[in-house]
Design a protein around this ligand. Structure first.
Ligand code: SF4
Ligand SMILES: [Zn+2]
Length: 469
């Protein structure tokens, strides 16, 4: 099982008299790393003290909006000084809270922005508190991003999305979630996702709908204990209860959510480690085979040349696996719902390997799926569908767009015959493969309803939609 990270736990709070015992219980629950944020100078110093004492603990330093009135120039300079400590991984928690208004809103806003400036100058991410202050929060973040907000210093990779921080203990609307994600912020999910007796809360709707690549797990200890611990002092060992709920809403396994959120914590805070590249990787109960990183296309949303991470799995292989290596990873294929030829590249570039491994799966009673861009006939200079008959049980083809010009732009295939060939492949597929899916990614301007109609009526195929931020 993948280790967990509690990205927000106030072990510096006086409710925690015996931190050692708390850490022991968290370790027993698989929660390996804990980030302790401050809310004023003294609590930030205590956070650093804990980080110095315990290897698994990291600190964040900053003034909470409640305490913004106490943040004078000297204390903010002190926060900036503390941020150079090797175990300080964020400026936080900072932000806005218009529910209690314990500091006047104007002061909160000023101190929040001053601390963002500190985070920018020391290149650390921010951990943000936001309560009943959505509009001002988004306005400030947008202005700060537009004024230039470069990547936190720990990044050793490149992706389109530039993570700048987290909206900790997120509890706003879907609309705010989308805006925050587009500005480069993760959503920190706390015990609040487990709250609510009847029906679905707005937060649960957000968690069900947003891609988990934008989530971090946290307890916000000692507050907000998740079900079934409500009413108790919250502590990091309760992170698995939050993970379980997120997994149920996402229809993924708890292990999937553990892996994804722990990797996100590594990405944002540099805590934990980057997973090693894999040739076979599990999502839910399906085993995916990472055949190649090569592709004949170059989609604008593709991360193949960047990190090549999928659901917390590292697909950045430096060598293409042989058929025997793949069959060894599969073992008994009936252990899995299906064996999927996928990877971060186009599998039909290695058609012989696909056929050989699919033969192994089928003769051992398993089920197969091919995820493809539909360019297999162009790539192999022949009609490959008859060769897949009896070997592939379902095929998922990336449609990407219903408009040929848009398709060429999205896929980086300006002059080729890929569009025509993909449509032909999709039309013919059902004669050789029992189930045919066509999928689109939700890039700006895409009409998903139109794509669905196109797929179902023109091709008699099943439609799949994948959101993109
Ligand atoms: S077809 Fe798939 S692997 Fe190839 S560039 Fe597009 S998204 Fe990436
Ligand atoms: Zn907090």
């Amino acid at each position: 099982m993948t280790y967990l990270v509690d990205t927000h736990a106030h072990l510096n709070h006086d409710k925690f008299a015996d931190v050692e015992a708390v850490l022991k219980r968290s370790s027993d629950a698989g929660v390996e790393f804990i980030i302790v944020p401050g809310w004023d100078l003294a609590s930030s110093e205590r956070a650093i003290g804990l980080a110095e004492r315990f290897e698994r603990v990291y600190a964040a330093v900053g003034f909470h909006p409640h305490d913004a009135s106490a943040a004078d120039e000297a204390s903010l300079t002190r926060i900036a000084d503390m941020s150079s400590h090797p175990k300080v991984v964020a400026i936080g928690e900072i932000g806005l809270d218009y529910h209690y208004n314990l500091s006047p809103p104007e002061v909160q806003k000023r101190v929040f922005e001053m601390q963002i400036e500190i985070a920018k100058s020391v290149r650390l991410p921010v951990s943000i508190h936001n309560r009943e202050s959505d509009a001002d929060l988004i306005a400030i973040l947008r202005r700060q991003v537009e004024a230039g907000w470069i990547l936190p210093r720990r990044f050793d990779y490149q992706i389109n999305l530039q993570p700048r921080g987290v909206l900790h203990s997120f509890n706003s609307t879907y609309e705010i979630a989308c805006k925050a994600i587009k500005l480069g912020f993760y959503l920190g999910l706390s015990g609040m996702v487990t709250f609510g007796k009847s029906g679905e809360s707005e937060l649960q709707r957000v968690v069900r709908t947003v891609e988990p690549e934008h989530f971090l797990a946290e307890t916000d200890s000692p507050y907000l204990a998740p079900a079934p611990h409500r009413g108790k002092t919250n502590e990091p060992s309760f992170v698995p209860n939050i993970i379980e709920k997120v997994a149920a809403l996402q229809q993924l396994s708890a292990e999937d959510i553990r892996r994804i959120t722990s990797y996100n914590a590594y990405k944002l805070f540099g805590v934990g480690e980057k997973p090693r590249p894999k040739i076979a990787y599990q999502i839910r109960n399906s085993l995916y085979l990472n055949l190649t990183l090569r592709c004949d296309a170059d989609c604008i949303f593709c991360d193949r040349k960047g990190e090549a991470m999928v659901k917390g799995h590292n697909l950045h292989i430096d060598r293409e696996p042989a058929a025997e290596e793949l069959t060894a990873e599969i073992g008994d294929p009936t252990r899995f719902k299906e064996i999927v030829f996928c990877g971060y590249g186009e599998p039909t570039i290695r058609l012989d390997i696909v056929k050989e491994v699919a033969q192994y799966v089928k003769s051992n009673g398993g089920t197969t799926r091919l995820d493809t861009d539909g360019h297999g006939n162009v790539i192999n200079h022949r009609d490959i569908l008859p060769e897949l008959e009896g070997l592939i049980d379902s095929v998922s083809i990336s449609l990407n767009s219903t408009d040929p010009d848009e398709y060429r732009k999205l896929m980086g295939t300006p002059n080729g015959k890929q569009w025509e060939s993909m449509l032909e492949f999709a039309r013919e597929a059902k004669n050789f493969v029992p189930r045919v899916f066509m999928s689109v990614v939700g890039v700006d301007g895409l009409d998903a309803d139109l794509a669905k109609e196109f797929v179902e009526q023109k091709f008699g195929a099943e439609f799949r939609f994948r959101p993109l931020f």
